[in-house]
Design a protein around this ligand. Structure first.
Ligand SMILES: [Zn+2]
Length: 387
C-alpha cells in the first residue's frame, strides 16, 4: 500500500475482494474504521456491520434513530438481539414506541433474540408488542423473557401465529417449582414448522400440531410431568435425533428411594425415541450414584439407543436456583466413568460427565480416542445447554 495516500492502495484492490475481507473481521470497531477508509469500503463493509446487531435497552436509542432515519440500513439486518435492563415503566413505554418504529425497517430479519438482563423482571406482554412490526419471515426466535400469566401467553401466541416460517424457537423455561403449572394449549397451526425447540414441558406437551422436530431441549419439573413428557416424546419419534432433558428433582434432600432415578428416565426415553444421536440428561438424582453397580445400571440404561453417539450427563441447574454441588459424582475418576460408558456402548463416541473440581462444577469430556478434558460447560453436546 502506498505510504502517503491511503486511498491509492485501496483502489488497487479488486472490488470483489472487499466483502470476503470484511467477513473475516469480526470486531465491530475494526469494521467501523474500515468504513471510514473509502466509499468502496463503506459500501462493502455495511452488510457485515449491520448484518447482526446486538443492543441493550441501555444503548438502543442511537441505533433506533439511525435505522428510523436510514431505512436502507435496516434492510441489511438479518439478526437482531436485545437485552432488557431494569427501567421505570414510563421508560419502557418510550422504548417500545421507538423500537417498534425501527423494527418496521428490518424487512429482511431472520433471527430475533430478546432477553432480560440481570434484575429485569418484565414479562412478554410488556415488551412483545414492540415486535409486532417485526418481519413476518422470521426463521429463528429466541425469547428468553418469562411468560407466566395468561396475558403473556396470549401475547406470545399472537406473535407466533403471524410467523409460520419459524423453524427454531427457544423460549424461557420457567423454573417449574416457582410457578404453579400452567395450562398451555398451543392452537393450530402455531409452531407447526419447527425443527428445533427449547422450552418448558407445558409448551411441548401443549403442541396441538406435532412438528417434525430434529432437536428438543425441554425443562420439566418433578412429579407427574416426566410421565406426560415421555408419552408426548413418542409423537416425534420419527424425526427427533437430539434431546436434552432438564429434569428438576423435588428436593435435594429427598431420599433416592423416593424419586425416579436418572437411569429409569433414560430407559423410558428409549421406549419413546430410540433413534437418538445425542442425549443430554440434566438430573440431580445422579448425585446419588456412588456405587459401581449403580453406575453400571445407569450406563446400561443407554444401551437401548442403537445409534447414540453423544451422551452428556449433568446436574440440573437453573439460573434462578443455587447450584447444588454434586457430592463426589459417581465417586469414581472421570477416566473410569467415561471408560465404563465407552466400553459398554459401541455406538457412543463422546461422553460428558460432571466433575466436582475443588470448588467448581466442571465437565469432563471424553472420546473414544481421547482422554478426558475438563471444561466449565456441557454446551457442545446438546442444543444450547445454558450453563
Ligand atoms: Zn443439555
Amino acid at each position: 500500500m502506498h505510504p502517503h495516500d491511503p486511498t491509492h492502495g485501496s483502489h488497487s484492490l479488486p472490488v470483489e475482494l472487499y466483502r470476503p475481507i470484511a467477513r473475516f473481521v469480526d470486531e465491530k470497531n475494526a469494521l467501523c474504521i474500515l468504513c471510514l477508509a473509502s466509499k468502496t469500503w463503506y459500501t462493502e463493509v455495511m452488510p457485515s456491520l449491520y448484518g447482526s446487531v446486538s443492543v441493550s435497552t441501555g444503548n438502543y436509542l442511537d441505533w433506533c434513530n439511525t435505522i428510523i432515519e436510514k431505512p436502507f440500513l435496516g434492510e441489511l439486518v438479518h439478526s437482531f438481539s436485545i437485552i432488557f435492563l431494569p427501567k421505570r415503566k414510563r421508560d419502557i413505554n418510550y422504548l417500545v414506541i421507538r423500537l417498534a418504529l425501527a423494527l418496521r425497517n428490518l424487512i429482511n430479519l431472520e433471527t430475533l433474540a430478546i432477553s432480560n438482563g440481570e434484575g429485569c423482571e418484565i414479562t412478554t406482554c410488556q415488551v412483545l408488542p414492540a415486535f409486532v412490526a417485526c418481519s413476518l419471515d422470521l426463521r429463528r426466535f429466541d425469547c428468553q423473557i418469562p411468560w407466566p400469566y395468561p396475558s403473556d401467553i396470549m401475547t406470545l401466541f399472537a406473535f407466533l401465529e403471524r410467523r409460520p416460517g419459524i423453524t427454531e424457537f427457544y423460549c424461557e423455561p420457567e423454573h417449574p417449582d416457582l410457578y404453579t403449572p400452567r395450562e398451555v394449549i398451543v392452537p393450530v397451526p402455531l409452531l407447526a414448522n419447527l425443527t428445533h425447540l427449547s422450552c418448558s414441558v407445558d409448551l411441548f406437551t401443549g403442541l396441538t400440531v406435532t412438528p417434525a422436530l430434529e432437536s428438543l431441549q425441554v425443562d420439566c419439573g418433578a412429579g407427574v410431568e416426566p410421565q406426560l413428557l415421555l408419552s408426548t416424546l413418542i409423537r416425534v419419534q420419527k424425526t427427533l435425533r437430539n434431546l436434552c432433558l432438564r429434569r428438576s428433582t423435588p428436593s435435594p434432600f429427598l431420599f433416592a428411594s423416593e424419586q425416579i432415578l436418572a437411569g429409569d428416565v433414560v430407559r423410558r426415553i428409549a421406549e419413546g425415541v430410540p433413534m437418538l444421536h445425542s442425549l443430554c440428561v440434566h438430573d440431580d438424582s445422579m448425585r446419588t450414584y456412588v456405587r459401581r453397580s449403580q453406575l453400571d445400571d445407569l450406563v446400561s440404561s443407554f444401551a437401548q439407543f442403537p445409534q447414540l453417539e453423544i451422551i452428556s450427563c449433568s446436574s440440573y441447574a437453573h439460573k434462578s436456583t443455587v447450584l447444588i454441588p454434586p457430592i463426589d459424582p459417581f465417586a469414581l475418576s472421570p477416566i473410569e466413568v467415561a471408560g465404563r460408558f465407552l466400553g459398554a456402548l459401541p455406538s457412543v463416541r463422546t461422553v460428558t460427565i460432571p466433575v466436582w473440581d475443588r470448588s467448581q462444577l466442571c465437565y469432563a469430556r471424553s472420546g473414544v480416542s481421547s482422554s478426558p478434558v475438563l471444561g466449565t460447560t456441557c454446551e457442545e453436546t446438546c442444543l444450547g445447554c445454558r450453563p
